[in-house]
Design a protein around this ligand. Structure first.
Ligand code: FCB
Length: 473
């Protein structure tokens, strides 16, 4: 399904800004698209795949907005060849995806499922044949349900199981992939999954959530050790959702709340990973709900990182009345209700650079949901193009200020199962008709293709920054 640039309405008028924008990046910058296993694969009970906590969560009445699940999703498991062609047609040189742990180890411990590994073998080889670098994530929220029944991430034993799984993946794929990230967005797993209860496994207990966050970080550290013990040549890191937190007003209460929310969302993860401790103010706020930390844990968490992936969608606004409160309706928002705030990406990156000894960074997710309509074979999603263009420019601003940024991945390749929102939110560059599974590139796909092809051949870009390496290996 090759997109023929020039033939499409979105390309009939060249975008001169996009050409200039592409020149602001080095020629070896990584341009990609991203997905995750549960959101696209389907085939939830085929070829030996075990249940994940999301399969279980989706069965609960009311848990998912449209009552749907990832049972079929985008049927990517059966359409992997077509989807690799689709990725290649976008002109990107990288694809970020996750492995479903229950597909390769159905019970989360013990026997490996060779059919599951064979699927990822086909995917990785297919990408490499098309000169697309595979960027793997080990855990994008789909814990084997069997482990959940033994306590899930609250149980310290899950940490050791995760390290075993990581070592096996490193052994099998470590020589063929461009990088391996351990965990996607531990804040979401801990807070939305175990405190707000909005995501699997649907627990609502702050003390549980903080212990889970500690075990996720520990799992990350142990997994890095285990993969390095296998002499895994792929760069290793983690993916965090990060955003600047702004006070709703200048009142002392709002400023204090914003500082605390910054602690809970940014510093709670960055401090242990890069500085080796949890932030004192947040520990004080949590009091008796603070996690139990065993001697040696903090050193395990603070492993040398080859990269950090940052997922950025919007800023957060905090008020004393309502933490991370919704925004004033007048602001520009996406279909998720998330404010479009590209400057926050530059601000975030500069702040992280100022505060932490960072390894190289990737923007591993950025994108927007809009109410796309398929109209006469075309999806005119000008708002998404504008969103992407402005965030790429924000990234260029950070790069030009010395942030060691190496790549960018649009969320997402295709419309997919958006967790508790089911199929009601469309994030894809490519539209999916779920009844027929037909894929139709949106105008934004044509725009990104033209942008990537020009950016990848641009000669005016700066060289990547090579200082500030956090990789102590
Ligand atoms: C991120 C998730 C990703 C997707 C986007 C919209 O938090 O990592 O799976 O749902 O949000």
């Amino acid at each position: 399904m090759l997109i023929k640039s020039g033939e499409h309405p979105a390309n009939s008028v060249p975008d001169p800004d996009a050409g200039a924008l592409g020149k602001r990046f080095p020629g070896n910058f990584v341009w990609g698209v991203a997905t995750s296993a549960y959101q696209i694969e389907g085939a939830a009970h085929e070829d030996g795949r075990g249940d994940s906590i999301w399969d279980e969560f989706c069965r609960r009445p009311g848990a998912v907005k449209d009552g749907s699940s990832g049972e079929r999703a985008c049927d990517h498991y059966h359409r992997v060849a077509e989807d690799i062609g689709l990725i290649a047609s976008l002109g990107v040189n990288a694809y970020r995806f996750s492995l479903a742990w229950p597909r390769v180890q159905p019970l989360g411990a013990g026997a490996w499922n060779e059919k599951g590994f064979a699927f990822y073998d086909r995917l990785i080889d297919g990408l490499l044949e098309r000169d697309i670098s595979p960027y793997v994530t080990l855990y994008h929220w789909d814990l084997p349900q069997a482990l959940q029944e033994r306590g899930g991430w609250l149980d310290r034993d899950t940490v050791a199981r995760f390290a075993d799984y990581a070592a096996e993946v490193a052994l099998r794929f470590g020589r063929r992939v461009a990088s391996i990230a351990t965990i996607n967005e531990p804040w979401v797993v801990a807070t939305l999954g175990h405190e707000a209860g909005r995501f699997a496994p649907g627990v609502k207990d702050r003390k549980v959530a903080t212990q889970v966050s500690h075990h996720l970080l520990l799992g990350h550290g142990l997994a890095l050790q285990a993969m390095r013990a296998q002499h895994c040549p792929a760069p290793l890191g983690i993916v965090l959702n990060q955003a600047p937190v702004h006070p709703a007003t200048d009142s002392a209460e709002d400023l204090a709340r914003a500082r605390l929310d910054d602690g809970l969302t940014v510093r709670w993860y960055m401090d242990p990973l890069l500085l080796g401790h949890y932030p004192d103010d947040v520990l004080g706020f949590l009091g008796g709900d603070a996690p139990q930390v065993t001697p040696g844990d903090m050193a395990t968490i603070r492993q040398p990182l080859d990269f950090i992936g940052i997922n950025y969608y919007s800023r957060n606004v905090s008020g004393s009345g309502a933490p991370l409160a919704p925004l004033a309706p007048a602001r520009e928002v996406t279909d998720m209700g998330w404010e479009v705030f590209p400057g926050g990406l530059t601000e975030l990156l500069l702040r992280l650079k100022a505060d932490y000894p960072l390894p190289p960074l990737y923007i591993t997710e950025n994108g927007a949901a809009y109410r796309d309509r398929l109209d006469d074979g075309r999806i005119a999603d000008a708002a998404r193009i504008s969103y992407l263009r402005r965030h790429i420019a924000a990234m260029a601003d950070a790069l030009e200020s010395g942030v060691d940024l190496r790549g960018y991945f649009v969320w997402s390749l295709i419309d997919n199962f958006e967790w508790a929102d089911g199929y009601t939110k469309r994030f894809g560059l490519v539209y999916v008709d779920y009844a027929t599974q037909r894929r139709t590139p949106k105008d934004s796909a044509h725009w990104y293709q033209a942008f990537c092809l020009r950016a990848r051949t641009a000669t005016g870009g700066r060289s990547p920054v090579t200082t500030g390496q956090g990789n102590a290996r």
